[in-house]
Design a protein around this ligand. Structure first.
Ligand code: UD1
Ligand code: CA
Length: 497
C-alpha cells in the first residue's frame, strides 16, 4: 500500500460559535483545535497533510506555521465535498488512502486514525467512515446501513443522511458520521464530481461521495469508534466546553500514569503542551499552561498559575502567578508572589509573599522574602532584600537597571532609584532612597536624622482635654474639630532642621 495522506477541512467560519475567530482556532487545553487534529494525524504516522483553509485563512496558516503541512484554499464555503475538491491539484496523483477529517474534532486519537486506515486497507474499501454510537445524535449525519440480506457483508453502509435532510425514522438512528473518513485516493475526486448540492443546505456534501462510491459498486463501510467522546465535533461553545472537559481529564490521567501526583484532578488544569516529570506533586486549584516544563520533585500549588515557564528540579511554587519565567532548582516561590516575563531565579533563590518580579535575575541563594517590587534588576549571589524594597525602574519615560552585587544587604523599605549599582557586600540603611552607586562593603544611608521631642504627647493630650471641656461649656458640640495642630507638633515643626 502507498502511504496514506490526509486532508483537514478547516475553511468554514463556524457560524454557530458566534465568534470573530475562525472556529478551528478556538482552543482546547490551550491549543487551537486544528493543531490537535494535525497532531493526531501525525501521531498516526501520516506525513503528508493538506489543510483546506478559507475563512480566516491567514490565522489558520499562522497557527500551523511550524507543523509542516500544505494548504489548499477554498474561496467560497460551498460545503465539505466542495472543500475536498480544492485539494485535488495537490492530491490528484496520490494513489494511496486519503484520510479526510475536520478541524473541529480535537479529541480524535492517533490510534483511532491508524485503526481506520488499517481496516480500510484490509477490506480494500472504496471508503471507510468512522462512526460512533451516541445518546444524542442531534446535528450529526446519520449512518444508514444496508438491511439484510446485503448486511451479510459486515460493516457495509448505504449512505449518510444529514440531520437537516433526515426523515423522523432516520433521525432516530443513533449511529452517526464522525466526519472522519478514509477514501481510496484514486476514486475520491471522481466520485465528488458526481455530487450535487440538492439538499436542505444547498451544499456539496462530502458524505454524498460515499453514496456515489457505493452506487458505483465500491465497498463502503462504517467502523464504530470505541470511544464516542473522541468524535465530538465542536460546533458551539457548549460543545467546546464539553471537549475541554474530556481532554482535561485525559491529560491529568496521562500525567498521573507517568508518575505525577495530582491530589485533586478535578481542580487541576494542565494544557496540552505542558510536560511534567515523575514525582512532581500538583496540589489543588492549579493551572499549568502554555509551553511549561516542570522537573522532578517540584511541588506546585495549591493555587498556582504557571504559564510558559520552566520550573527546575525540587522547586516549590505556592499560591503564585508565574509567566514566562525560569525558576531554578530548589527555589521557593510564594505564597502570593507574581513572577512576570523575563524573571530568572537561580538555584535555591527565594521569592516570598507579596513580591512582584519582572525581567530580573535573582542570583543563587538570594532572597526577596516580602513586600517588594523588583523590575529590570540583576541580583548576584546571596543577596538579601529587606521587606518593602522597591526598585524604582521607570522615570515615566524610560526603564533603568538596578544591579545588586553578591552578598549585598538591602535594608527594609529601601527605594533603589535606577540606574543604580550596589557593590559587593554593601549595606543600605532601612528607609533609604538610594540614587547613587554604593561602593563595595560600604553602608549607604539616606534619611533625615531623628529628633525626639520629650513630653510632647503628654502636652498634646492635656490640650485636647482642655478643648473638650471648653466646648462642653459652650454647648456647641463639634466645636474645636477644626483646630490646627499644636505649635510643637508634627505639623508645627515644618521648616525646622
Ligand atoms: C459534518 C458532516 C456530518 C458529520 C459531522 C461530524 C457534512 C455535510 N456533514 O457536519 O455528516 O456528522 O460533520 O462532526 O460533511 N468546512 C469547510 N468548507 C466548507 C464547509 C465546512 O472547510 O465549505 C469544514 C469546517 O471548517 C469544519 C468541517 O468542514 O471544520 C465540518 O463542517 P461543519 O459545518 O462543522 O459540518 P457539520 O455540520 O458538523
Ligand atoms: Ca462540525
Amino acid at each position: 500500500m502507498t502511504t496514506p495522506a490526509a486532508l483537514v477541512l478547516a475553511a468554514g467560519q463556524g457560524t454557530r460559535m458566534k465568534s470573530k475567530r475562525p472556529k478551528v482556532l478556538h482552543e482546547v487545553a490551550g491549543r487551537p483545535m486544528v493543531r490537535h487534529v494535525v497532531e493526531a494525524l501525525r501521531g498516526a504516522g501520516i506525513q503528508r497533510i493538506v489543510v483546506v483553509v478559507g475563512h480566516g485563512a491567514d490565522g489558520v496558516r499562522a497557527a500551523l506555521g511550524d507543523m509542516n503541512v500544505e494548504f489548499a484554499v477554498q474561496e467560497e464555503q460551498l460545503g465539505t465535498g466542495h472543500a475536498v475538491m480544492q485539494a485535488e491539484p495537490l492530491l490528484a496523483g496520490h494513489g494511496g488512502p486519503v484520510v479526510v477529517t475536520c478541524g473541529d474534532v480535537p479529541l480524535l486519537r492517533p490510534e483511532t486514525v491508524a485503526q481506520l486506515v488499517e481496516t480500510h486497507v484490509a477490506r480494500g474499501a472504496a471508503a471507510t467512515v468512522l462512526s460512533a454510537m451516541v445518546d444524542d445524535p442531534t446535528g450529526y449525519g446519520r449512518v444508514v446501513r444496508a438491511q439484510a440480506p446485503a448486511a451479510a457483508e459486515p460493516g457495509r453502509l448505504i449512505r449518510i443522511v444529514e440531520h437537516a435532510d433526515a426523515s423522523p425514522e432516520e433521525r432516530a438512528i443513533r449511529e452517526v458520521n464522525s466526519g472522519t473518513y478514509c477514501f481510496d485516493g484514486g476514486r475520491l475526486f471522481e466520485a465528488l464530481r458526481a455530487v450535487r448540492p440538492d439538499n436542505a443546505q444547498g451544499e456539496y456534501y462530502l458524505p454524498d461521495a460515499v453514496h456515489v462510491l457505493a452506487q458505483g459498486g465500491g465497498f463502503v463501510q462504517a467502523v464504530i469508534a470505541p470511544d464516542a467522546d473522541e468524535i465530538l465535533g465542536v460546533n458551539t461553545r457548549v460543545e467546546l466546553a464539553r471537549a475541554e472537559a474530556v481532554y482535561r481529564r485525559r491529560i491529568v490521567e496521562h500525567w498521573m500514569l507517568q508518575g505525577v501526583t495530582i491530589v485533586d484532578p478535578d481542580t487541576v488544569y494542565i494544557d496540552a503542551d505542558v510536560s511534567l516529570a515523575p514525582d512532581v506533586t500538583v496540589l489543588p486549584f492549579t493551572f499549568i499552561r502554555g509551553n511549561t516544563r516542570i522537573e522532578e520533585d517540584c511541588r506546585i500549588g495549591p493555587h498556582a498559575d504557571i504559564a510558559d515557564s520552566v520550573v527546575e528540579r525540587g522547586a516549590a511554587v505556592e499560591r503564585a502567578v508565574v509567566k514566562g519565567s525560569r525558576i531554578g532548582p530548589g527555589c521557593a516561590v510564594g505564597p502570593y508572589a507574581y513572577l512576570r516575563p523575563g524573571t530568572v531565579m537561580e538555584e535555591r533563590a527565594r521569592v516570598g509573599s507579596f513580591v512582584e518580579v519582572k525581567k530580573s535575575r535573582i542570583g543563587p541563594e538570594s532572597k526577596v522574602p516580602h513586600l517588594s517590587y523588583v523590575g529590570d534588576a540583576v541580583l548576584g549571589r546571596d543577596v538579601n532584600l529587606g521587606a518593602g524594597t522597591i526598585t524604582c525602574n521607570w522615570d515615566g519615560f524610560n526603564k533603568y537597571e538596578t544591579v545588586i552585587e553578591d552578598g549585598a544587604r538591602i535594608g527594609s523599605n529601601t527605594n533603589l532609584i535606577a540606574p543604580v549599582r550596589i557593590g559587593k557586600g554593601a549595606f543600605t540603611g532601612a528607609g533609604s532612597s538610594i540614587a547613587k552607586d554604593v561602593p563595595a562593603d560600604a553602608l549607604a544611608i539616606e534619611r533625615a536624622e531623628q529628633r525626639n521631642i520629650e513630653g510632647w504627647a503628654v502636652r498634646r493630650r492635656q490640650r485636647a482635654e482642655a478643648e473638650k471641656t471648653a466646648a462642653g461649656r459652650a454647648g456647641a458640640p463639634g466645636a474645636g474639630a477644626d483646630e490646627s495642630p499644636p505649635a510643637d507638633g508634627p505639623g508645627g515643626d515644618k521648616g525646622t532642621s
